[in-house]
Write a protein that binds this ligand. Structure first.
Ligand SMILES: *Cc1c(COP(=O)(O)O)cnc(C)c1O
Length: 430
């Protein structure tokens, strides 16, 4: 049942777990910030993934081709810029479980949420409502709110936020399904974060999609905290659309490009409303520069602009590291490594009377990725500052949550063990 029963809070355990970890070698492919001459314990890959060693060369190659070819780099560069975005189809199909024509990369995440909602949020008659999880990421909330306003609707009447039950932090799956069912005559769109950024809770995308469709609504997902973190099977789950960013678990650098998924069933749909641009036009006819937009087949038909090569170059090599590691192996390590962090936190709490930490992320491994969100008592900020002063980069969320993400691609069992020692010291010293 529990693959993690053998955990021990000692360095011998951590070192031997690292020694037998087939993914340990990937740590060397990333650059770690330093603290007092040593690598930090970096637990914020859920916010900004570390820089792959290969990124500098990848950027340098593009600079070189720009120097060498000027505009002709669109066709003569080693990776021709004209079709640069096409290189992402293959790796992304594996990451999100999609067909090649269902995915592309473009713009930033919030931009893409808007573009996709232009197509998939079409309030009509009584069917006007959007359903999301309580406390979505603020940008998603602003996007939803402004889309409603754009259609002349207000959030109070037209946005349904499914809440956790009294005294709970995460949302019951059955409550989401019930809210969809209860609003089935008025629901236009279900739009949920695949993994909640605050609690780390993984939502059941497959069943939420089924319920939304049964209610006659579209189902879309923000996968910012899911892509590269949990197994996704968007095509099979029949998800209508999704978008994610590439700078969190996908390690592609600050503000790097976003990915989108639109299901195959819309690939040839020319009726969906959309905001168009020349890169969404069929590539073989793009340079005829003709008036009158027709969308390219599949997700490509949502593109607006030519490829942002300097954002995509890091994305390309970052995805190559993922491919080398293999996603199944990553998920397996993720369960074990995050389980170890859970064990260590529980152990520290058992040993210190003043350690009033509560893990609010689900303890069931099928309902979480690698992030654990820890609710602290009123000494929380002091604990967090102690950890920071001692070389831990974690994430403080007001009012009192510490988010910790041991990332299987570059974090080690030793990282988790040392973190536990520091956490223990923190409670002894404050
Ligand atoms: C990180 C994150 C964003 C960030 O949006 P950008 O447009 O990339 O700045 C949006 N939504 C969610 C759920 C996120 O986790």
């Amino acid at each position: 049942m529990n693959p993690n029963m053998d955990y021990r809070n000692d360095i011998g355990f951590a070192l031997s777990a690292d020694a037998t970890d087939p993914l340990y070698k990937f740590r060397k492919e990333f650059l770690f910030p330093q603290h007092n001459g040593k690598e930090v314990i970096y637990f914020t890959g859920n916010s900004l993934g570390l820089q792959p060693v290969s990124v500098k060369q990848a950027l340098f190659n593009e600079l070189n081709d720009w120097e060498k070819y000027g505009v002709e780099g669109h066709f003569k560069a080693k990776n021709p810029w004209f079709s640069y975005h096409e290189m992402f189809k293959e790796p992304l199909t594996h990451l999100v479980g999609a067909l090649p024509h269902e995915v592309t990369v473009m713009n930033g995440l919030t931009v893409n949420i808007h573009l996709l909602m232009v197509s998939f949020y079409q309030p009509q008659g009584k069917r006007t409502k959007i359903l999301c999880e309580a406390k979505p990421f603020p940008s998603d909330y602003y996007a939803i709110e402004s889309q409603l306003k754009f259609h002349g609707l207000n959030t109070k009447e037209h946005l349904i936020e499914v809440q956790p039950r009294e005294g709970e932090h995460t949302i019951k799956h059955e409550d989401i399904l019930r809210a969809i069912e209860e609003n089935k005559n008025e629901l236009a769109l279900v739009f949920i974060g695949g993994v909640n950024y605050y609690t780390g809770q993984v939502f059941n995308i497959k069943e939420i999609t089924q319920a939304a469709h049964k209610a006659g609504a579209y189902a879309g997902f923000d996968l910012a905290h899911a892509a590269g973190n949990i197994q996704l099977n968007l095509h099979e789950w029949n998800v209508d659309f999704a978008a994610w960013c590439s700078y969190k678990y996908l390690n592609s650098g600050p503000g790097s490009v976003s990915g989108i998924f639109t299901h195959e069933k819309f690939a040839n749909n020319k009726e969906l409303p959309r905001f168009a641009g020349w890169w969404g036009y069929p590539a073989n006819k793009r340079f005829l520069m003709e008036p009158g937009f027709t969308p390219a087949f599949g997700a490509d038909g949502w593109q607006l602009s030519n490829a942002a090569v300097f954002a995509m170059a890091p994305h390309k090599v970052a995805l190559e590291v993922f491919a080398k590691a293999g996603f199944d192996a990553l998920c397996e390590k993720s369960h074990r490594l995050t389980g170890y962090l859970e064990y260590i936190i529980d152990t520290v709490c058992a040993e210190n009377k003043n350690a009033n930490l509560q893990i609010i992320t689900p303890r069931n491994i099928s309902e979480r990725g690698c992030q654990l969100s820890v609710l602290t008592g009123n000494n929380g900020k002091k604990i967090f500052d102690y950890l920071s002063d001692n070389g831990v980069i974690a994430d403080w969320r007001e009012p009192n949550v510490i988010r910790l993400a041991p990332v299987p691609l570059y974090n080690s069992f030793e990282d988790v063990f040392v973190f536990g020692q520091l956490l223990n010291n923190a409670f002894k010293n404050i």
